[in-house]
Design a protein around this ligand. Structure first.
Ligand code: GRF
Length: 208
């Protein structure tokens, strides 16, 4: 039997890496035609780098101090991803805004996860924004990245109730559980070639 072609994924992460762990779990369970070939971080101590190593995935720290300036840094990032033949780049808690050049280079193959139901509460501290605003439902969004902040075409969303006694931490935990479900699912759909970008809208091919 011919081996199934697997898309090569690069994950960019600055922090603890729980979404990375969920993605690796789905890959290892054989749930998708994808493999994570590199995890890149702008922070040497990022938990995500440790998780990558534990799973036998290349962990690459690209030091912003060595490459000052957003464009210069992003060029190094793009080159590292291209050298590894990456077909999909997934942002998973990557805390840098990417330059327009980087976004254009990976257009249509650059995904992000955001802890709110976009277009509500883009940017930092989305869970806190939701609590302060008093919404009763929030959630998680996987979207393609465009040149704005959390403005790109939406792939998948999951809603989560906001409880009256929620703290930022309790709401974040509830949202995170959904992030861990929909991010691997979005990557699976991408890897199967089932996401069609039609302007702002993403059509999922083969969906009832
Ligand atoms: C997640 O809440 C994600 O939505 C946001 O950053 C956080 C990353 O968490 N973009 P983790 O590092 O994946 O645990």
């Amino acid at each position: 039997m011919p081996e199934v072609l697997r898309i090569r994924v690069g994950v960019l992460a600055s922090g603890r890496g729980s979404n990375l762990r969920a993605i690796l779990g789905a890959v290892e369970a054989g749930r998708m035609r994808a493999e994570v070939v590199v995890v890149v971080s702008d922070r040497a101590g990022a938990g995500a780098l440790g998780i990558a190593r534990d799973h036998g995935v290349e962990a690459l720290f690209v030091d912003p101090g060595q490459h000052p300036g957003r464009e210069a840094y992003d060029k190094v990032l793009a080159a590292a991803l291209e050298e590894r033949g990456v077909g999909l780049v997934c942002l998973a808690g990557f805390m840098r805004i990417l330059s327009p050049g980087f976004v254009r280079h990976f257009e249509g193959r650059l995904l992000n996860i955001h802890p709110a139901l976009l277009p509500a509460f883009p940017g930092l501290h989305a869970q806190r924004q939701a609590l302060v605003h008093g919404v009763r439902i929030s959630g998680a969004t996987v979207h393609f990245v465009d040149e704005g902040v959390d403005t790109g075409p939406i792939v998948l969303q999951a809603a989560v109730p906001v409880h009256p006694d929620d703290t930022e931490a309790s709401l974040s935990d509830r949202i995170l559980a959904e992030e861990h479900r929909i991010y691997p699912e979005a990557i699976r759909l991408f890897a199967e070639g089932r996401l069609r970008l039609e302007g702002r809208r993403v059509r999922i091919v083969g969906e009832p």
